[in-house]
Write a protein that binds this ligand. Structure first.
Ligand SMILES: Cc1cc2nc3c(=O)[nH]c(=O)nc-3n(C[C@H](O)[C@H](O)[C@H](O)COP(=O)(O)OP(=O)(O)OC[C@H]3O[C@@H](n4cnc5c(N)ncnc54)[C@H](O)[C@@H]3O)c2cc1C
Length: 488
């Protein structure tokens, strides 16, 4: 078997492999793509070793939290893309979409009962960790969860990092080994596997393939029991769109990322977060393609692991700044979610933040808004409203404004816990990239996670970092942004 990295494999039970069963099953739940995917690679390896067909099962339920036309349509576009990517490959692809709540119940167990081994994705957030742990206990064969989340395998770090600086320093020590253990770009290239002769008829009858739904977007969405008020956005899902976004970014924006990324009018960031979130794009692919553009090789790494933001990679300033977001900040949140079940709770905040928020709990708020007023962008602040309108319309808020958006929700609600609930709900309901580790990194950063105390103390914020719309408007280029999102 391929020695890609034993630390990326987590057994979910102690059952044996069943070499006499019908196929190897890959249950794709987070890394929804055909390339640069350790889970798929592991499943292919098993199928080759056992000489069995490989069945790839990608499912979409309709009762996950915040299920909506917006999220469904993005995922379904990805499934369509996967269908065509797997068409000419020596595998069988089985897309399933629930038409009614609970329709998919029992399906994974039926498939597992016919499997030699079940491979799935090890994603540390949302309902997925609990779901796979529970399924692992009930299937009758070996089941493995594979980590394809980041450049650093999640189990490698033995602690939770409380600052980006300490995590960056740790990465600078640990990453070099893993930079040469990437997934194969195309794990199916050159592979010969027996084809599944016949898909089990009783399964196909009870749980029919989702081709009609997938091929009739967006009309088919209307008949699914999801939130129809959160409409699809212009951004299209799927690995193909992700690849186009990535090459556009590398061609046009990478070189100016460090200068322009904070200015909403400059559109300098990658807009890759929805694709990374739904697994339509792998961070390994992004890194590999960026290295090509930079003509970078591992010898260019600095041997000084100082934790500094610039200089360690030995790349251009734009690439170094981008990698600090893509690797340091992104994987910092994955580290937290993989190690602490309370990553989405107020109690997980650092002591100093809990204390200072407690000291200012009863401070008078200059404005108080209800969740509905926030949701409908009806505050007194035009910049905040513009950011919220971007979220409603595009499923996204510009990075810098997302921080301001959160800080103002904290300032204009009755308590930090209420502010957290509102941020989590709005972010996860409307943002394509919501419901993941980065969501909780960003939202909890607003209330002190990964940050430090600042002086002098202020009303409501205490020693938390403060941000204001006035200074943001002065500091950043926002005229075009304000024009674009100034009204509903
Ligand atoms: C209140 C709040 C909520 C947020 N919610 C989310 C969310 O739900 N999902 C999400 O992906 N990001 C979230 N972020 C982080 C950040 O705003 C987005 O990742 C970024 O704006 C995505 O745009 P981009 O792809 O153009 O980023 P780029 O600037 O091009 O960065 C490249 C990638 O790096 C990662 N990244 C960038 N900034 C951060 C960051 N601060 N923390 C962690 N990873 C980062 C993302 O995966 C991003 O796609 C949130 C930040 C705040 C302050």
């Amino acid at each position: 078997m391929n020695p890609f990295a034993a630390e990326r494999i987590t057994p979910l039970n102690r059952f044996p492999i069943n070499p006499d069963a019908d196929f190897v099953l890959y249950w794709m739940i987070a890394f929804r793509r055909a390339k640069w995917n350790f889970s798929l690679q592991r499943a292919v390896d098993w199928a080759c070793e056992l000489g069995k067909p490989l069945l790839i099962f990608e499912a979409l339920s309709c009762d996950y939290p915040w299920a909506s036309e917006r999220l469904h349509s993005f995922i379904l576009e990805g499934m369509k893309n996967n269908g065509s990517d797997f068409e000419s490959a020596p595998v069988s692809y089985f897309p399933f979409v629930e038409k009614t709540r609970g329709q998919g119940k029992g399906l994974i167990r039926e498939l597992a009962a016919r499997s030699c081994v079940v491979i799935t994705d090890d994603y540390p957030c949302f309902f997925l960790p609990q779901m796979i742990r529970a399924i692992g206990k009930t299937v009758p064969v070996a089941m493995e969860a594979i980590d394809s989340n980041g450049l650093l395998p999640l189990p490698v770090a033995d602690r939770v990092f409380s600052t980006a600086y300490s995590f960056r320093r740790y990465l600078q020590h640990q990453l070099p080994v893993f930079l040469s253990r990437f997934p194969k770009e195309n794990p199916l290239r050159g592979v010969t596997l027996p084809k599944l002769q016949e898909f089990p008829a009783e399964i196909a009858k009870k749980w029919p393939r989702a081709d009609t739904i997938i091929n009739n977007l967006p009309d088919s969405l209307r008949r699914l029991p999801v939130d129809h008020k959160v409409a699809p956005v212009e951004t299209r899902g799927g690995a193909q769109s992700a690849g186009k976004k990535l090459s556009d970014f590398l061609d046009a924006n990478l070189h100016r990322y460090h200068v322009d990324c904070n200015h909403p009018d400059k559109n300098a960031t990658s807009r890759l977060s929805p694709y990374l979130h739904f697994g339509h794009l792998s961070v390994h692919e992004v890194f590999s393609k960026l290295c090509k553009v930079e003509r970078w090789s591992i010898e260019d790494l600095s041997d000084r692991a100082s934790g500094k933001r610039e200089g360690w990679w030995g790349m251009s300033p734009g690439a170094e700044a981008f990698l600090d977001q893509l690797v340091t900040w992104r994987e910092l949140g994955f580290n937290m979610c993989s190690k602490r079940d309370d990553y989405d709770r107020f109690e997980s905040l650092p002591d100093w933040a809990v204390a200072t928020l407690g000291d200012h709990q009863s401070d008078a708020r200059p404005h108080l808004y209800s969740p509905q007023q926030f949701e409908s962008a009806k505050t007194h602040d035009p910049l905040w409203n513009a950011a919220q309108r971007q979220l409603l319309r595009q499923g996204y808020i510009h990075n810098y404004l997302r921080m301001l958006w959160g800080k103002k929700i904290l300032e204009w609600t009755g308590s930090p816990r209420e502010a957290l609930n509102i941020m989590i709900d709005l972010n996860n309901k409307y943002a394509l990239d919501g419901r993941g580790p980065n969501s909780y990194t960003g939202i909890f950063w607003v209330v002190g996670r990964y940050d430090r105390p600042f002086g002098p103390k202020r009303e409501i914020f205490g020693s938390l970092r403060y941000m204001s719309s006035e200074s943001t408007l002065k500091k950043l280029k926002t005229a075009e942004y304000m024009r674009c999102f100034h009204q509903d």
